[in-house]
Write a protein that binds this ligand. Structure first.
Ligand code: GTP
Ligand code: MG
Length: 370
């Protein structure tokens, strides 16, 4: 695992360097401020100082990569990442478009938006919300199957005139399986003769109990068409985000998930990634899935070139060697040999999985060895 200097560790804990040196001395480690100590020792020191060490990321475990765990004091509030789900024609796309129009940052940018799989909206109060524009539930399922947890909450769109339908139920199951909270957006309330009580009763049958029935699921009545109550929906999202206490450390090597990818004729492999930890910078070396490369350029959802992207910001990146698969993770690494090493490791894992799947199809491993 990567080491950390005593000074850096002290900075991260907002402690005096001398105190850390003393703590190390008590543990039998002689080190000066500029010397490096390994991650295990660092963790012991962090505990000594009464801080909790945050879980080391999956990528770290996978490869013994950076090894530096995030400690409480490094963590900063980040924007919630929201997935909108619901039955066909209930208004997911309309709602996403309507929410996007509330973006004060987009107006500044001249309103030119490009369609990438995720975007971030800055609302009037300055808070930000990231929306994942999943084309369908399959994408969500695929990501979950790969163990990628990208979304913090689900906004379930239910058309008031149609009620709970098969894909509504599917979305409820997805949210439950992913263990993320759900907010109900009852859409199309502009329509004549809609029966909100019926919708609530139908949701109740699937164990979604909205607040007006004494439950703890927020229900917001909206009209994507007329733009009604979009602010209330955003407030509900921010309230849920506060409850979840969403935080990330922006001051570390970037890590996140590939949301979508394509091979662009002019630009080569293009991946939309969601940064989940750290800050991704133009020029960084990244491994995305089994592909790697130096980030040649980064674009935000407004088509603007950006030099850096912090937690919860989705960006398009150019410069990868190939097209990674949606749902795969990416990490920024320090040098090319490390990039190659991880890429080769992931290719090997992928090959082994394929072989295992093929093996399982033919019989058990024991059968093959016999
Ligand atoms: P799929 O992507 O096909 O699953 O549909 P969707 O959920 O994205 O629905 P979409 O936004 O395409 O809307 C479906 C239809 O409902 C369109 O004709 C919209 O104009 C209409 N619609 C969406 N929101 C509202 C609303 O608030 N009120 C009314 N009256 N119509 C709406
Ligand atoms: Mg749609």
């Amino acid at each position: 695992p990567e080491a950390i200097t005593v000074q850096e560790l002290a900075n991260r804990m907002a402690a005096r360097g001398g105190e850390v040196v003393k703590a190390l001395f008590r543990m039998g480690v002689m080190a000066t401020l500029t010397q490096t100590i390994d991650a295990d020792t660092a963790e012991l020191v962090v505990n000594e100082f009464g801080h909790r060490v945050k879980r080391v990321s999956e990528a770290d475990v996978e490869q013994g990569l950076t090894g530096t765990a995030d400690i409480d004091t490094d963590l900063q509030v980040r924007a919630p990442v929201v997935t909108i789900m619901g039955h066909v024609d209930h208004g997911k796309t309309s709602l996403l478009d309507a929410l996007r129009k509330t973006d004060v940052a987009a107006r500044e940018a001249g309103g030119i938006t490009q369609h990438i799989g995720a975007y971030q909206v800055t609302i009037a109060g300055g808070q930000k919300i990231t929306f994942l524009d999943t084309p369908g539930h399959e994408a969500f399922t695929a990501m979950r199957a790969r163990g990628a947890s990208v979304t913090d909450m689900v906004v379930l769109v239910v058309a008031a005139d149609d009620g709970v339908m098969p894909q509504t139920i599917e979305a409820i199951h997805h949210a439950k399986a992913a263990n993320v909270p759900l907010i109900v957006a009852v859409n199309k309330i502009d329509k004549q003769g809609v029966n909100l009580d019926r919708v609530r009763q139908e949701l109740l049958q699937h164990e979604i109990v909205v607040e007006s029935l004494g439950g703890d699921t927020q229900e917001i009545q909206v009209s994507a068409l007329k733009g009604t109550n979009l602010d209330k929906l955003q407030e509900a999202i921010l309230l849920q985000a506060e409850v979840l206490d969403l935080k990330a450390n922006p001051d570390r090597a970037a890590e996140g998930t590939v949301i979508e990818s394509k091979l662009d004729k002019g630009r080569g492999p293009v991946a939309t990634v969601l940064v989940q930890k750290g800050t991704l910078r133009q020029g960084d070396l990244v491994v995305a899935g089994a592909e790697w490369g130096r980030v040649r350029a980064m674009l935000d959802d407004k088509g603007r070139q950006v030099k850096e992207a912090g937690p919860s910001l989705p960006v398009e990146i150019l410069g990868l060697s190939g097209v990674p698969t949606a749902g795969e993770t990416f990490v920024a690494v320090e040098n090319e040999s490390r990039a190659r090493e991880i890429s080769e490791y992931r290719q090997r894992v992928a090959r082994d999985k394929q072989a295992a799947a093929a093996g399982a199809a033919r019989g058990t491993l024991a059968d093959m060895m016999a």
